[in-house]
Design a protein around this ligand. Structure first.
Ligand SMILES: NC(=O)c1ccc[n+]([C@@H]2O[C@H](COP(=O)([O-])OP(=O)(O)OC[C@H]3O[C@@H](n4cnc5c(N)ncnc54)[C@H](O)[C@@H]3O)[C@@H](O)[C@H]2O)c1
Length: 333
């Protein structure tokens, strides 16, 4: 089967390898000519310099990638998604299955990628939409280390189709779900908690604090998922707590790294600018805070992080505020 991947960075090219291992022909579209040369001429992953299958090809031409297959895997940072989809809307001539693997919420609108696809692509060209997400560092999957994802769609058959295309018995296992809102929201908001976990680490706090943040953080993710119409159990699955565990405790996570630098004293701008790839968790903090106001949610971690991001509070005072909140019973919801 032919598959088009839009965005050949760390994750897009890693998924290309898994799809190629599963017997598919993959064409990647990227705007970075150096990446394209590396993939086509040297058969190397553009970020990790690891050999990838020679059958994986790359192009800068969006029209060529869109025409190449009926499955369009969206893998650009969420802030670029609307522009990329607008360009796809001009190039598209047949129905496509859109598989979104990016994790984030659109800046300014706080929309999920499924909502952007619906707004930008003519209905007659949408065969369906699947969100594919879960605890997955590209650094591990590129080495074919065991990984699990969730394929979520309102259309059960399409969720199963994507499950089959991406799964293999060697290292990649995909589950299905009907909860697109839950999977997309969990995958985006966990980045907010990952930043806070990094801040705590940067301030010299230990694993006790990390466990505290992951556990109380998932409660906030659940509140947001449910407020937006997703299911609580999705937030407790791979795309919620699973992804939070992997992101909030690993140097492979750019969101964790960004938080770490803030905790060590860098400003938010200095920390985000020091990381080459896009850090989607800052936007997730802002979106989480805004959603909290809209739905009147109790989100102490995200709301405090918002004030740090907004330069109203430093990390040390933020910790003090969180610890001095009134004592209460433990509720998981
Ligand atoms: N890296 C991971 O381990 C991982 C795992 C799961 C999901 N994700 C998600 O996948 C998405 C992409 O992450 P990544 O790690 O591959 O990022 P990346 O920065 O490595 O790659 C993004 C790619 O998108 C391209 N791009 C950027 N802006 C563009 C634009 N305006 N138009 C067209 N192309 C553009 C870039 O050239 C780059 O190659 C993110 O939403 C991320 O959260 C990443």
């Amino acid at each position: 089967m032919n598959i088009s991947i839009i965005g050949g960075g760390a994750w897009g090219t890693t998924l290309a390898q898994a799809l190629s291992d599963n017997g598919n022909k993959v064409l990647i579209r990227d705007i970075n000519e150096d990446f394209i040369k590396k993939i086509n001429n040297e058969h190397l992953h553009p970020f990790f310099d690891i050999k990838i299958p020679e059958s994986i090809k790359a192009t800068s031409r969006l029209g060529e990638a869109v025409a190449f297959s009926d499955i369009i895997v969206l893998c650009v940072p969420t802030k670029a998604m609307r522009k990329v989809l607008t360009d796809i809307a001009f190039a598209i001539t047949t129905k496509k299955l859109f598989v979104n693997v990016s994790k984030g919420i659109e800046p300014d609108t706080s929309k999920r990628v499924s909502e952007i696809v619906e707004e930008v692509i003519d209905k007659k060209y949408i065969k369906g939409y699947v969100a594919l997400s879960g605890p997955s560092h590209a650094e591990e999957l590129i080495l074919r280390k065991a990984t699990a994802l969730v394929s979520a769609s309102k259309d059960e058959e399409l969720a199963k189709e994507v499950q089959k295309i991406f799964s293999n018995e060697k290292y990649l296992r995909v589950y299905t779900s009907d909860d697109v809102i839950g999977v997309e929201t969990g995958g985006a908001i966990k980045n907010a908690i990952a930043i806070v976990s990094g801040v705590a680490n940067g301030m010299g706090l230990g694993e006790n604090a990390r466990a505290l943040l992951i556990t109380r953080g998932i409660k906030e993710i659940v509140s947001i998922v449910v407020a937006l119409g997703g299911k609580m159990e999705t937030a407790y699955g791979l795309s919620g707590i699973g992804d939070l565990i992997v992101t909030a405790s690993s140097m492979n996570s750019r969101n964790f790294q960004c938080g770490l630098k803030i905790g060590q004293g860098m400003s938010v701008d200095e920390a985000t600018n020091s990381i080459a790839q896009s850090v989607e968790g800052i936007r997730a903090i802002i979106a989480g805070h805004e959603i909290g106001i809209k739905y009147k949610l109790d989100l102490p971690i995200i709301d405090t992080a918002y004030r740090v991001v907004n330069n109203e509070l430093n990390a040390k005072d933020a910790l003090q505020e969180l610890l001095s909140r009134s004592l209460k019973e433990e509720h998981y919801w």
